[in-house]
Design a protein around this ligand. Sequence first.
Ligand SMILES: NC(=O)c1ccc[n+]([C@@H]2O[C@H](COP(=O)([O-])OP(=O)(O)OC[C@H]3O[C@@H](n4cnc5c(N)ncnc54)[C@H](OP(=O)(O)O)[C@@H]3O)[C@@H](O)[C@H]2O)c1
Length: 274
Amino acid sequence: MSGELPSSLVLLGAGKMGQAMLTGWLARGLEPSRITAIDPHLDESGRALLSQKGVRLTKTPEGVSIPEAMVLAIKPQTLESAAEGGRKLIGKDTLVLSILAGKRIADLASRLGVSTAIVRAMPNTPAAVARGISAAVAVPGITQRQHAIADALLSSIGGVEWVDDEALIDPVTAVSGSGPAYVFWLVECLAEAGAKAGLPPELSMRLARATVEGAGELMFRDKSTEASTLRRNVTSPGGTTAAALEVLMAKDGLSPLMERAVAAASRRARELAG
Ligand SMILES: NC(=O)c1ccc[n+]([C@@H]2O[C@H](COP(=O)([O-])OP(=O)(O)OC[C@H]3O[C@@H](n4cnc5c(N)ncnc54)[C@H](OP(=O)(O)O)[C@@H]3O)[C@@H](O)[C@H]2O)c1
C-alpha cells in the first residue's frame, strides 16, 4: 500500500479488530510513528503489543492532532460516547473509515458531524491473520486519495470488495461478516458426525478441522477454479463423496438451511441498524 499511506492515522478503539488492523498496517509498511491509538481501557496485553510496536496509545483524544484518516473500531454501542471526543479530531479532509457493525453512514455522519469522506466497511475475523474479506461502501463525495487510503487500509487485512449500495452491507454481514462462525460450526458438526460414525472424538475433531483448513487453503491457492469445480473434482460418480452430497444437496439439505441462516443474520443486521 506504499503510495496510499495516510500521513497520519488515528485508531479509535484498539480491541480485537483494531489490533488486527494495526498489525496489518504495520506489516504493509505504515510507520508506527504516524499512528495514534485511542482506547480508554485497553488490557495489559493490548498495551504491551502497542508499545512493543512503537504505536502511541492514549486514553482520550485530548492533545491528539487531526489526522488524515481516522479508523473507528469501537463497539457499535459505544459510538455515542466515543463520538464526542472523536469528532474533535475530524478535519475537513479527514477520511473516516468505520467498521462498526450496523452503524449506517447516516448514523455516523450525524454522530460525528461529518457528511463527506466516510467509508463504511464490514471486515471479518480472519483479518487477524491478514486473510479477512471486507466489503466497503463510500459516500459519493470522497476523493480519489481518500478512496485509495481506505482501500489500502482494508487490503492490509485481506481482500476488499467495493459496493455502491449501502443496503448490501446487511447481506454482506450475513455472508462474510458472520460467515467464519458458520464454518467453525461446520467443523463441530462434521467432528460430531465422525464420532457418531465410530471415530474417537478427538481424532474426529482433528480430521474435521484439518479438512476445513486444507479445503480453504486449496480455494485460496487456486482462485481461478470455481468452488463447484473443486467439489466435482473430489466426487467420483457412485462413490463415497457422492453418497454424502446426495444428502447435503437434497431439496431439504444444506442449501435451504443456509438460505434461512443468511436471511436470519441479514434480518438481524437490519434490526440492529434500527
Ligand atoms: N470481531 C468481529 O468479527 C467483527 C467483524 C466485523 C466488524 N466488527 C466491528 O468491529 C468493531 C470492534 O469490534 P471488536 O471485536 O474489535 O471489539 P472490542 O475488542 O471490544 O474492541 C473495541 C475497543 O474499543 C474500546 N473503546 C470503548 N469505548 C471507547 C472510546 N470511547 N474511545 C476509544 N475506544 C473505546 C473498547 O474498550 P472496552 O472493551 O473497555 O469497552 C475496546 O478495547 C465493532 O464495532 C464490530 O461491530 C467486528
